[in-house]
Design a protein. Sequence first.
Length: 300
Amino acid sequence: MKRARPSTADSQPSALRRGGARRRLLQMGLTTLICAAGGEAFAREAGRIVRAALHSSAAERRALIIGNARYPGSPLRNPVNDARLIASTAGAIGFQVALHENASRAEMLQGLSDFLEDADTAQVRLLYFAGHGACFRGRNFLLPVDVQIGPEEELPARAIDLQDITARLSRCSSGVNLLVFDACRTAAEVPGSRAQLRSLDGTRPVPRGSAPMIPPQGTLVVFSTAPDQPALDRAAGACGPFARHLAAEMTRIGVPIEVMLKRVRMAVMRETGNRQVPWDSSSLAGEFCLAEFTGDPVRP
């Protein structure tokens, strides 16, 4: 798979290029409504505010999106679709996006290296991963598509340690870190359903779910499911419930991110009959909105 080059429009998926058109339509719609209510001068000022909210400099908002599905012996249906959806949505709200699909360990490491290299200059940093996850000795790991599972002791050398990523981001002197992981660690079928659990299908008994995490300062960590719970993998060609509801809420202007995540949680719980409960942990200070800034995202 070729690594996405966020600075070149032609190399991005068409869904990402549509982000600018969506933003322009949103701006025009809001400006038209406000113009009708308060006149042209008021509409010009409102348009300026909307542009400031939705068009943060791409250099200030960076996103790394990874969707891994082609695992030998344990493929998943939704991660690539999920990643494309989240990448398109992030692009529509002003993020400079790098999208990786079915990434090997080398490709994941390179993408993370590029992402972390720019971390200090960005004010909002979004990392989204959809695929298989694993936990070992209290640490969470993201699995590349070329992972070869042997003894569990080899996992740190074959996968991506999530705590290493948070440790690096914790050294950023300002800004917000948003880490979103749509993964779990089970292998079973849901009775009476076509849905499969997003999981690692191995023969060795392993801990289920993801290990709890304590986010460093200025960081919000979101899992698509609570510890010891599965994340559902829907029919081929579809998106998972978490990614779908997350994308629907991401573009709501002026909604604090904690409120946004509660809405996502309730929607996923309703759809899955409480089988999947999104979970998050935050050390953010002050109010932060993903689709606009209602407060200074820089840490005090």
